[in-house]
Design a protein around this ligand. Structure first.
Ligand code: GLN
Length: 447
């Protein structure tokens, strides 16, 4: 089953940074069987889960894809990991990612790039590319990623899988190695909408250890046996699809036409004007938060260190060797955006822009589910996007909107274009996960 797929694909795809010892995994599976026999109710009983390597596990190294965290085994589990274990899940390993989740292709991992199982010359998307690739080739039933600006949805789109970024605060961030706290959520990934919903039900809910956690105990995303198409209203702001390449746009429009013929109301006559500013707003805020989060890696707190005669030299040498180029670039830019003299022009301006965008999104999602592209392109070839950072950042143009607004967003397969998967994005109002799941199941029934 899962191990057959791993033996066949993993050497080529390289989706995992750490695979747990097979004996340990088998022992855990037996333990779950015993708990089931004892009559315990385990919603994820026996399901194999891959966990992104920026989510803390006390039983496996947690590197966030960075050399600066090599050798680090956290002394605790993230809240979501505790919840997986309580629900009977079998964790199989930790997946590859762009360093500190900064990237969109998994090529910026501090270790190695992950490849797309659909076409090994292409990227699986990022930064949760390892989780998505493992799902796509059958190396796990379910996976966890993190989504700061699209890191779960872009890989889902590029690998033909499903990812849902929840409403901000619905899933605990305790134990997530932070990149940009005000934007990110640990997010479920799977091969079907139903499985994503199942995983989200397990990980969602209040956690006193995360100060931004919403005071909601649990959510219910039960299946609607046969969703009525007439219950859904979709609107497609032109800003969320026009700039996409023809294969992407064409595949999504075809899907929307299909939904329309089933009775779903689809409205193209809407606009999200601030979407044009979403990328610069996102990158200003994300980098500012990143710069302050990454200040903690000084060679004292974690095992990786370049020891020198004094503290300053130790910090400099550790960071020079431990961080990759893109991470350093972002620290420099983030520090600048927060500096005296530049603050108002960059960070404060971005915060204001974020508010305007959020208001626009909230206004739209009050009346309809917003649909659009996940990525402007098909999965890029390895090497194609990382030569120029701006070309890399441009891949996130449609996904960062939901993070800036704090609303839920589902990415799922819209169809294929010459053997490559194309994703579609559905964005709802705050806490409208159930609506997105119901629509997602309807979409699955027509694709
Ligand atoms: N690609 C975006 C970035 O690099 C988003 C990454 C993410 O969601 N973690 O910031």
């Amino acid at each position: 089953e899962v191990y057959e797929a791993i033996e066949r694909w993993e050497p080529k795809v390289k989706g995992f940074i750490t695979l747990l010892d097979r004996d340990v995994v088998i022992k855990r599976a037996k333990e779950v069987e015993r708990e089931l026999r004892e009559g315990r109710k385990l919603p994820l009983a026996g399901l194999v889960v891959a966990v992104k390597d920026n989510i803390s596990t006390s039983f496996a190294p947690t590197t966030a894809g960075s050399r600066i965290l090599s050798g680090y085994v956290p002394p605790f589990n993230a809240t979501v990991v505790e919840r997986l274990l309580e629900a009977g899940a079998i964790i199989i390993g930790k997946t590859n990612m762009d360093e500190f989740a900064m990237g969109s292709t998994t090529e910026l991992s501090g270790f190695w790039p992950t490849r797309n199982p659909w076409d090994l010359d292409r990227v699986p998307g990022g930064s949760s590319g390892g989780s998505a690739a493992a799902l796509a080739y059958g190396g796990a039933d379910l996976a966890l990623g993190s989504d700061t600006g699209g890191s779960v949805r872009l890989p889902a789109a590029y690998t033909g899988t499903v990812g849902l970024k929840p409403t901000y605060g619905l899933v605990s961030r305790y134990g997530l190695i932070p990149y940009a706290n005000s934007l990110e959520q640990i997010s479920p990934m799977a091969r079907s909408v139903r499985d994503v919903a199942l995983l989200l039900e397990v990980i969602a809910g209040h956690d006193p250890r995360d100060a931004t956690s919403l005071t909601i105990d649990r959510i219910s995303l039960s299946s609607t046996p046969s969703p009525n198409p007439k219950d859904f209203r979709i609107c497609v702001p032109h800003e969320m699809i026009d700039g996409s390449d023809a294969p992407v746009r064409g595949t999504i429009i075809k899907l929307l036409d299909r939904l329309q013929s089933e009775g779903v109301e689809v409205n193209y006559d809407v606009s999200l004007p601030s979407a044009a500013d979403a990328l610069p707003i996102y990158y200003t805020i994300a980098l500012a938060e990143a710069a302050s989060n990454l200040a903690r890696y000084d060679g004292k707190l974690y095992p990786f260190a370049e020891l020198r005669p004094n503290y300053t030299e130790t910090v400099t040498a550790t960071r020079a060797r431990g961080f990759g180029r893109e991470v350093k670039r972002r620290i420099v830019l983030g520090v600048m955006a927060l500096s005296e003299g530049y603050r108002d022009e960059f960070y404060v301006a971005a915060a204001k822009g974020r508010r305007l965008l959020r208001d626009e999104v909230l206004r739209l999602t009050r009346n309809c589910v917003v649909a659009g592209s996940v990525s402007p392109t098909l999965p890029p070839r390895i090497g194609e996007r990382i030569t120029d950072p701006l070309k890399l950042y441009a891949l996130d143009v449609y996904t960062v909107i939901a993070n800036l607004a704090g609303v839920p967003s589902l990415a799922m397969p819209a169809g294929f274009y010459s053997d490559l998967p194309v994703g579609v994005q559905f964005m709802g109002g705050p806490l409208e996960e159930a609506k997105l799941v119901a629509l997602g199941e309807l979409v699955e029934s027509v694709t």
